[in-house]
Design a protein. Structure first.
Length: 312
């Protein structure tokens, strides 16, 4: 490979990656070891798949020729902030759509587990207590999906057999194949009508703490809030007050702060089910990420427009 070929860094997890464009020069980095080549030569950077932004951002300041960062996640808020500190234009692409199916699957799992009282029943099992109880069903409930993108659309498909009345919300009013999508400005009215509210929206300045004291207070008594987006979309302090008051339940795959530290009040909050940001992570994730990166590198090598561009 000629030394002048554009340098690409790939995650070490892509160890068996094949069928890549031949006119690029590849190195793999695991985020922990020494840099595999001079960062100053890197033009296309695919960071390791980690939630540790310090690891992802470690080589950025030295990547003086960097042109593209291809994230392996749909959410890129922290990475975008890191790139904003670099005094040059870098194209940032995300993995929009790749983890949609598995994230929607976990959202449905969280809904069913919370409504049907699985955490309480597991607690009984741990104590060896046989305590039959009646819990709510998902059938024919009203579900509000906030952030109607790939995850929201996939979730609605999974909800179809339950006969749910689904209401869709995104940034602006628009139509979708399944029906109208309402503007986020209508949330104060829409949340009051929903039995289940699912958050699948990107974290942006406009959605940070979108579900604050006021919006949470407008939710129906006994409603369930499910968050598979980013923890900071919800005001944690306000959610804790609602949970301790017994008015709302919550199922969270993401939290603010994250990782949730030991002893944090959310761990023991009544009616709150927590999973450690695992929505996207299934065995099918890696092949789909590899296909995305392969397609992006092919476009990059050919000088074509990249997919999933979120910032320049």
């Amino acid at each position: 490979m000629a030394a002048s070929s554009p340098q690409v860094w790939l995650p070490a997890q892509f160890g068996s990656f094949t069928d890549l464009p031949r006119d690029l020069n590849y190195a793999r980095w695991d985020g922990r070891s020494a840099f595999p080549s001079d960062p100053a030569e890197v033009e296309f950077y695919v960071p390791p798949l980690t939630q540790d932004i310090d690891t992802i951002g470690k080589p950025l300041a030295r990547m003086t020729r960097l042109r593209v960062v291809q994230a392996l996640s749909s959410g890129t808020d922290e990475l975008r902030a890191e790139l904003d500190r670099i005094p040059r234009d870098v194209t940032l692409c995300n993995a929009r759509g790749v983890p949609a199916g598995s994230t929607a699957e976990l959202a449905l799992t969280l809904i069913l587990a919370s409504l049907r009282g699985i955490p309480e029943l597991l607690h009984d099992q741990d104590r060896g207590a046989w305590r039959p109880r009646v819990f709510p069903s998902l059938y024919e409930r009203s579900v509000l999906i906030v952030g109607y993108g790939a995850v929201g659309s996939a979730l609605e498909e999974l909800l179809a057999p339950f006969g749910c009345a689904v209401t869709r919300v995104a940034r602006d009013d628009r139509d979708s194949p399944r029906g109208p999508v309402h503007s986020v400005t209508r949330l104060p009215r829409l949340v009051a009508e929903a039995d289940v509210v699912v958050l699948a929206t990107p974290l942006t300045p406009q959605t940070r703490q979108l579900f604050d004291v006021d919006l949470l207070a407008r939710m129906k008594d006994g409603a369930l809030l499910v968050n598979v987006s980013r923890g900071a979309v919800v005001d944690t302090g306000a959610l804790l007050k609602e949970a301790h008051g017994g008015r709302l339940r919550a199922a969270l795959d993401v939290t603010d702060p994250e990782p949730l530290p030991p002893g944090h009040p959310l761990w023991g909050a009544p009616g709150v089910l927590i999973t450690p940001h695992v929505g996207a992570f299934t065995p099918s994730l890696w092949p789909r990420l590899e296909e995305l990166v392969r397609r992006q590198l092919t476009r990059f090598a050919a000088g074509e427009e990249l997919d999933n561009v979120v910032a320049r």
